[in-house]
Design a protein around this ligand. Structure first.
Ligand SMILES: *Cc1c(COP(=O)(O)O)cnc(C)c1O
Length: 356
């Protein structure tokens, strides 16, 4: 705190990211990164990058990356927005669309950055409870609003709503924008990108951080009607002309072009997830069905915070959220088969855990 701080920043409640340990002693299952390296095509592009080009500014429009995404998803380039990670895309989305007289609607349990942006941009929000099974009930969003946002699959629950349910919401909710954050969609859910071709009231946000193993490069994007994209460009060009650097643009294109590697690593993560969920259930965990690269689980009689601490002392990092309704749960990212075997054997060594 300093006397030079403005009133506005004194009231900010910043997001707290999962721990990034400085030494590599830990099995890191706490921030939903991919355990696999990026595509070899990405490595190739970065290794052969002409350093002399770094004297120059990058393309402010990142046109090559936008075109690659447009081709991949079968939309026009004018329907694509890119940013420095999807967190930045989301921030611009809040700024561009959600500062409205009516409150923004969002799930009570979801990505906690949404609340941070509400705070930053003075967006009034109403949190809609999840159903008892942690599902998002989109029927509950039929009320006056200045926008709707949810993650699908949701985080940290891993649960999904169907495209049908989303489409019905778009048909009922015609006076405000619906934003679907699809950070985890590549691990087994249906993307709403298809709906952006027929509805101008939906914006889909995705990231290269999870399924494309590129969290360190910071690439996110949004797909929607060109008028929505133009709104985002207005905010972006009032904030930072060059959010994506040259390396990110080139590597992003290379990643999109290597579809077989992308599908193979997603499939591997899905297979490991299903194995892990089965093992956790056998050790007395309740595991929610997941369409993501993590599982959300609670043990029948050991508290979540205690288990997280136990795992940490044994060199395994998982995420625990100290908030009502989910404070008994752990969010466990899916690592390699070997890492997940080590997680399971570490849990088996816990004195109160027995195999059912
Ligand atoms: C990880 C995550 C993001 C942010 O991803 P970046 O592109 O790395 O900024 C956005 N939304 C959800 C739900 C996430 O889990």
């Amino acid at each position: 705190m300093s006397k030079y701080w403005s009133d506005a920043i004194q009231e900010l409640v910043p997001y707290v990211p999962g721990e990034q340990p400085k030494d590599q002693q830990f099995i890191k299952l706490n921030t939903n990164e991919s355990p696999y390296p990026p595509s070899p095509k990405v490595a190739q592009v970065l290794q052969s990058f002409d350093m002399d080009r770094l004297r120059l500014y990058p393309d402010p429009d990142a046109s090559r990356l936008k075109q690659a995404l447009a081709d991949y998803y079968g939309v026009d380039r004018s329907c694509v927005f890119v940013g420095n990670g999807s967190d930045e895309v989301l921030a611009h989305t809040f700024m561009a669309f959600f500062r409205q007289p009516q409150p923004l609607l969002m799930p009570e349990i979801s990505y906690s950055f949404y609340e941070v942006y509400c705070n930053l941009y003075a967006v009034d929000a109403r949190r809609i409870p999840l159903r008892e099974d942690f599902q998002i009930a989109l029927a509950d969003y039929d009320q006056p609003n200045g926008g709707i946002i949810f993650a699908n699959p949701n985080a940290p629950t891993g649960r999904t709503v169907s495209l049908d349910e989303i489409e019905q919401l778009l048909q009922r909710n015609t006076e405000s924008l619906v934003v679907v954050d699809e950070a985890y969609v590549d691990f087994g859910a249906e993307s709403a990108i298809e709906l952006t071709r027929r509805y101008d009231n939906v914006l889909v946000v995705q990231t290269f951080s999870k399924s494309r193993s590129l969290a360190g490069l910071r690439i996110g994007f949004a797909i929607g009607h060109p008028d929505l994209i133009e709104g985002l460009e207005r905010v972006k060009n009032s904030f930072n002309s060059y959010p994506l650097d040259m390396l990110a643009i080139s590597a992003g294109v290379a990643s999109i072009e290597d579809d077989s590697y992308f599908r193979e690593t997603c499939d591997r993560t899905i297979a490991t997830r299903e194995w892990t969920a089965g093992e956790l259930a056998a050790l007395g965990f309740r595991v929610l069905p997941s369409s993501t690269n993590f599982v959300f689980a609670s043990h029948r009689y050991i508290a979540g915070a205690e288990l997280m601490g136990y795992l940490r002392t044994r060199g395994v990092l998982v995420r625990h959220f100290s908030r009502p309704l989910i404070d008994n749960h752990l969010r466990i990212s899916i690592g390699t088969d070997d890492e997940m075997r080590q997680l399971i054997s570490t849990l088996e060594e816990h004195p109160e855990i027995t195999r059912l």
